[in-house]
Design a protein around this ligand. Structure first.
Ligand code: PLP
Length: 425
């Protein structure tokens, strides 16, 4: 089994200062890796696909996000949501840091356990599971699993009566980027019946869970959901059940994390005694900012209106930009190279006098990255563009439609010595 390394958390000011330094160092490493790579590629002579898109991932950024988590939500144990980005390097680092993992399928459970992570550090966080997967979880001793309906309880009774069940409740996710509550979560008018049924079936309800939707706007939906969870804890206690764990799900963003933590942390402390274990299932929070995608401009069409172009990239919505359709992201196109000019991180990079629509490589009209963006220059065939904050729900759902590469290469850099050390052990 992978031994987690206990993390000592430093004072806020020191950690913040070192986070800023680390992230600047990370950007420098990413920039160097991007430049080295694009300099190696000669589209006049490279092998077919030699100019394919590629990622640069800063594993140090994942490490920093973990430190930030520990600092702001020390009571809450993260179980990383594997679906968000199952990159082995990320999983290995998090396994070494001692996080748990939220798995949604047999494959994800296998992946995590192949790293030596014990089953006790996995939650099978899917309220509607295939019977064969429940049987598999039983064989592998993955006990923690969610449910939100009566039929699931009957299935679990049949295939894994010893499981530790988490009742997932519905939340108000109306303002989140991705909403789940129309599909999952028991309403508060059904929770009493479900708890009663679990009791009659002699099943072990160990926790209450929720998910406020991926990409939540701030602390408000979490606050409401924590209160709802308290209500269901009380319902369970009233029928003699002892619920031991609260699972506050995912939904944490990179930019709004502190604003969520400062609401949710105190609410948990106020409503749940220290004896209640609190876990979460963050995905996006850990990986979004660690990945930068570079794409090649493979074609260009000049439109009759001056300064108007259509640019065609070698990645699009069937590839890593599936996040436009599935995750409602609006990627910002930035110039990486223009002719011989290297433009990573330049302030003038974004807006400019040129208007372009940007398209992916497949033959489908839906394969559009953006209908309109402003660029500083008329990028040309052979130039490169990049997309930062691109680690969440991108490479995990890319397809090989039209024969384009669904297995994008990732180059790794590491801006944190702590992470380097863990990865080398
Ligand atoms: N937990 C569950 C059950 C989910 O469905 C998801 C995302 O789909 C997550 C956690 C991760 O959410 P996020 O990436 O917003 O943190």
């Amino acid at each position: 089994a992978v031994a987690p390394v206990p993390m000592t958390v430093d004072t806020t000011a020191r950690v913040k200062a070192s986070a800023v330094r680390g992230s600047l160092h990370g950007q420098a490493l990413i920039s160097r890796a991007l430049l080295n790579r694009v300099n190696q590629i000669d589209s006049d002579s490279c092998s077919p696909g030699g100019e394919d898109p590629f990622f640069v991932a800063d594993i140090g950024e994942v490490y920093r996000q973990h430190v930030r988590w520990k600092l702001n939500l020390p009571r809450v144990e993260p179980f990383y949501a594997v679906k968000c980005n199952p990159d082995l390097k990320v999983l290995k680092l998090l396994a070494r840091l001692g996080t748990g993992f939220d798995c949604a399928s047999k494959k994800e459970m296998d992946l995590i356990m192949s790293l030596g992570v014990p089953a006790s550090r996995i939650i099978y966080a899917h309220p509607c599971k295939a019977s064969s997967f429940i049987r598999y979880a039983s064989q592998r001793d993955v006990r923690k699993m969610t449910f939100d309906n009566a039929e699931e309880l009957h299935k679990i009774k049949r295939y894994y009566p010893e499981a530790e069940l988490f009742l997932r409740i519905v939340t108000d996710d109306s303002e989140s980027l991705c909403q789940f509550s129309m599909k999952y979560g028991a309403s508060l008018s059904h929770t009493a019946d479900l708890l009663q049924l679990a009791k009659e079936l002699d099943l072990n309800v160990a926790g209450i869970s929720f998910h406020v939707g991926s990409g939540a706007v701030g602390g408000k939906p979490f606050l409401q959901a924590v209160r709802s969870a308290r209500f269901v804890f009380d319902q369970a206690e009233a029928i003699g059940m002892n619920i031991t764990t609260l699972d506050i799900g995912g939904g944490f963003g990179v930019d709004n994390f502190e604003s969520i933590a400062e609401v949710v942390g105190p609410a948990i402390d106020e409503l749940f005694p220290p004896t209640v274990r609190v876990i979460a299932e963050p995905g996006r929070y850990y990986v979004a900012s660690a990945y930068t995608l570079a794409c090649h401009v493979i074609a260009r069409r000049e439109l009759p209106r001056p300064g108007n172009y259509m640019l065609y990239l070698n990645d699009g919505v069937y590839g890593n930009m599936n996040c436009i359709l599935f995750d409602h992201q609006q990627p910002v196109v930035r110039a990486l190279t223009h002719g011989s000019r290297y433009m990573y991180g330049l302030p003038e990079n974004c807006a400019g006098p040129v208007t372009a629509s940007v398209w992916g490589p497949t033959c489908d009209g839906i394969d559009c990255v953006t209908r309109e963006c402003q660029l500083p220059y008329a990028l040309d065939v052979g130039d490169w563009v990049y997309f930062d904050n691109f680690g969440a729900y991108t490479l995990s759902a890319a397809t090989g439609f039209n024969g384009f590469n669904d297995n994008c290469e990732v180059l790794y850099v590491c801006s944190e010595n702590g992470a380097k050390k863990l990865m080398s052990e």
